[in-house]
Design a protein around this ligand. Structure first.
Ligand code: BGC
Length: 504
């Protein structure tokens, strides 16, 4: 397939899809599988009795005697803290990963991520005591931090601009596949006593092994090579990944971006200058808002909702399969349309669909679900459909865009540093929501769905007024073509035009 002339830019950067470049995208996307598997596996493992009896016997005892109702599920902050410690480790690691991306390059950083994750899987899988279990958790967290920093950046930098959205979303597609697989593994191992949880944690090493093999096969990105002075290699790689010989105009653009980047000795200092604020504010906000959609709360609460439909013992398996499959399939929709209809329209459409779903779920539960007892079957089925509508719209919008937009909007000189802030914002807010959700649900009951609905409204307004469209814009021309042209953000930017980017 050959494509030229991307929409909206008038830039004829030619490219041809080759088997090698597609293999690079897919191998790198295994980083998403690592992340998704971990999101999916943690909750399952920490609710397994064998696991609790071994490492947290006091919590197990309390759980046996806990009084639960529809809104107040058993909640132990210590156990939750153990689960979310991964996100804190990832938060810290993303800054180290940003440095590694700059100094070593994207490819070795991806390799490092896979090694950390493999070590995490080994240590967690064989952990004889709590100390090693926690060390395993931290290693996983480091792996996620390194992978989530380097993989989306890698994908955005190697993708031809007219397919950048689709290529980057492969990361999120693999996240969703990872979540689905983990939920199935949880279900399968829950009847294996007493070491089912070891299998679940140890299997996390499988996607990491694929990523490791991939890290040996994939190329370095041209921007990273040229930025580190390897101009000749950079040009060769560009030819290889574009599948054509004439890459001069794209090369010029990358060289120019690298020239500017090389003059910046302290990316973090530069990042906090006024002119760097627009992509920083956007990158962080998109990630924070992604978590305030309530996606992880919905995914967590889904099994309970499904049980009330009447699938008593299989409620959680069924919910995992249904929401998991909807999540994967809708992410594919995003891959197909993101470079045609753009980021903004997808995000806005999803805000409407998510808002309606949240308000409807909240209203049904508020009126009909009492602390004890269950929903009428018909109504529960409606709630299940609403949950699917919610997951569907998240999966083609805020899910993938949370990673895509921050990875494509920073100029090269602040890209890895700025993206590290976006990654860590995701980790921090995943941690906060995971930590607070159960207590909030218990105190706010059905009102929690209205809480998320209000956030969805706010993020819709944010998209309307503040989020620029980045579809079809070459990654290294964002400052000139996007930020300096936006009615709000251009006020932050300096006047000087670095060089005329409107190359033929
Ligand atoms: C988010 C996760 C979420 C997942 C759901 C990711 O993009 O960062 O928090 O669980 O999507 O598919």
């Amino acid at each position: 397939m050959t494509s030229a002339e991307p929409s909206g830019s008038g830039q004829p950067y030619r490219s041809k899809m080759t088997v090698y470049v597609v293999a690079c995208w897919i191998f790198a996307a295994f980083g998403g599988l690592m992340f998704g598997y971990d999101i999916g596996i943690s909750g399952g493992v920490t609710s397994m009795d064998d696991f609790l009896k071994k490492f947290f016997p006091a919590i197990y005892e309390r759980k046996l005697h806990a009084k639960e109702n529809n809104y107040c599920k058993y909640d132990d902050q210590l156990l939750q803290l153990f689960t979310s410690s991964l996100y804190l480790a990832a938060l810290v690691a993303s800054f180290g990963a940003s440095k590694a991306c700059n100094v070593l390059g994207r490819k070795p950083t991806i390799g490092l991520a896979s090694i950390l994750f493999i070590l995490g899987a080994i240590v967690s899988g064989i952990a004889p005591n709590k100390a090693l279990l926690i060390i395993g958790r931290i290693l996983f967290g480091f792996g996620v931090g390194f992978g989530n920093e380097s993989v989306p950046l890698f994908l955005s930098e190697v993708a031809p601009m007219q397919h950048r959205g689709a290529v980057n979303i492969l990361f999120q597609l693999f996240v969703t596949i990872g979540i689905l697989i983990a939920n199935l593994v949880n279900y399968a191992v829950s009847s294996i006593h007493p070491n089912g949880w070891r299998i679940a944690l140890g299997l996390a090493g499988v996607p990491a092994i694929f990523l490791f093999i991939g890290s040996l096969i994939i190329t370095e990105t041209p921007s990273s090579l040229i930025e580190r002075g390897k101009e000749f290699e950079g040009k060769e790689v560009l030819r290889k990944i574009r599948g054509v010989d004439d890459v001069e105009s794209e090369l010029e653009m990358i060289k120019l971006a690298c020239e500017i980047a090389r003059q910046v000795k302290h990316p973090y200092k530069k990042l906090f200058k006024r002119a760097s604020m627009p992509p920083l504010i956007i990158g962080i906000s998109v990630q924070v808002f992604q978590q305030f959609t309530g996606i992880n709360a919905i995914m967590f609460y889904a099994p309970v909702l499904f049980q009330t439909v009447g699938f008593k013992s299989d409620g959680s398996l069924l919910s995992a399969i249904i929401t998991g499959v909807v999540n994967v399939l809708s992410t594919i929709v995003s891959i197909v349309v993101v470079d045609r209809i753009g980021r903004r329209k997808l995000l806005l459409q999803a805000c409407v669909q998510m808002f309606i779903s949240m308000v409807a779920i909240g209203s049904i539960l508020l009126i009909h679900l009492k602390p004890s007892g269950s929903l009428d079957k018909g109504l529960a089925a409606v709630v299940v459909v609403l949950v699917c509508l919610f997951v569907m719209s998240f999966a083609w919008s805020w899910g993938p865009m949370g990673w895509l937009i921050p990875s494509e909007t920073f100029p090269l000189e602040t890209r890895t540093a700025g993206f590290a802030f976006a990654v860590s914002a995701n980790m921090l807010f995943t941690f906060i929501i995971a930590q607070a959700f159960l207590s909030m649900l218990c105190n706010m009951r059905a009102y929690i769905f209205f809480f998320f609905a209000v956030w969805i409204l706010i993020m819709g307004l944010f998209v309307v007024f503040l989020l620029p469209e980045t579809k079809g814009v070459p990654i290294d021309t964002m400052t000139e073509r996007v930020w300096k042209k936006h009615p709000v953000w251009r006020k932050f930017m300096g006047k000087e035009i670095v060089k005329n980017y409107e190359m033929t």
